[in-house]
Structure formats: C-alpha cells, structure tokens
Write a protein that binds this ligand. Sequence first.
Ligand code: SF4
Length: 221
Amino acid sequence: MVMVVRIQEPNAWRDGVSIVSPLTGCLLKAMNSTRLYEHIERISNLVRTSVRKAGLIHGLQPVQTEALHYLSRCNHYSNTPVAVADYLGLTKGTVSQTLGVLVQDGFVKKTIDLKDRRVVHLQVTPRGEKVLNDLVPPQILTSGLENLPAAMNDQVGSLLELLLLALQQANGLKSFGTCKTCCHHRVQENGLRMCGLTQEMLAEADGEKICREHDSTAVAA
Ligand code: SF4
C-alpha cells in the first residue's frame, strides 16, 4: 500500500490565496533548477553525440565543429583566437590546437590584421562552410523539432533565449549577442550602420553576426 503524506506549511494558504514561504520558494527553485539541468544535460548529450558522429565523417572533433560554427557566425571584431577561447570557455592552448587543425585541413584561413600585425583573424573557407551545412543544425535536433507543433517550436526557442540571457546576466558573462541588438548599434538616416563603440561603419550583414563586445545593458551614449 502506498501512503501519501501531505506536508503543508502553516502559512501556505491564507484567505484562499497561496502564500509561498521563502523556504518553499527556495526549494521549488532548487527542484526546478535540478529538473532543468537534467533536461539540458540530456539534450546536450544527445546533440553532442550526433554532432560527434557526423563530424567524424569529415575528420572533425566536436570542439572543432563548435569553433568552426562560432567563426561562421561572428563579426570581424570577434574572429580572433582569444575570442574563440572566450566563447567556448577553453584555454588558449586548447583553442590554439583546435584552430591549428582547422587551418591545416583547409576549413579556416588566417589573415593578419591590417592595423595591428600582432592580431590574427580567422575566416571560414568555402570548404568549411560546406561541412558546416552538413553538420549544423544536427539532424537529431531537426527531427525532434519537427515532432512539435510549429507554434511550440517558436516558444521553445524564445524560452531558451530568455534562459540563456538570464544565465549570462546573473553570472556576469559576455552575451555574444547579435550586433543589431547591441546598445552600440546605430542605423543612420541614410540606412548605413555604425558601431558606436568603435565608431566604424558596419556592413548590412554585420547586423546578424555575433560580437564579443555585444552589450544590451549599457545605456546608449
Ligand atoms: S554595435 Fe555592439 S555588437 Fe555591433 S560591432 Fe559594435 S560593439 Fe559589437
């Protein structure tokens, strides 16, 4: 026989209104975080396994695929080895090895910065782009999302975006957001774009790229 025991805190209900005590609130948050962690961990694991298998066909390890994908999405302020290390949360040594393989295999090409010859920029080659098209998004994710109603698909995306933002803000992490959502992004009367931080002009396509200097919180000057 299963016995169900209900534990009700003395101040849980008052005048028909639920009053969640601070202790209950903390416990609920902890339970939600644990549940969320378990879901995210499982999803990450399944996605990573799928990316690993597909990447191996092209001789790529998951970290190399991640670096390649980042470089395909970032702007020209963010395509340096230091920025790749920042984004992936890896050491400079690990990133250096990862990028070395990508360059050697022709997925990425190096160029020297015109203003500062100590700075190296990394660009995805047509070969790298072709491989990325095969790997991202991974098939396991696409087929899973196809099983959800279209409206829910959008909801999942928006909620995950909110969670990512909250997590980055709560922990003081760089947002690496898209340029057009940055407080420094300016669209002039003639339609041309400019970065208020560097005072340099931006191309139309830059608006959709991610940037290591992205800031959605500071008050625009
Ligand atoms: S506007 Fe913001 S995101 Fe865009 S290039 Fe400038 S700092 Fe980066």
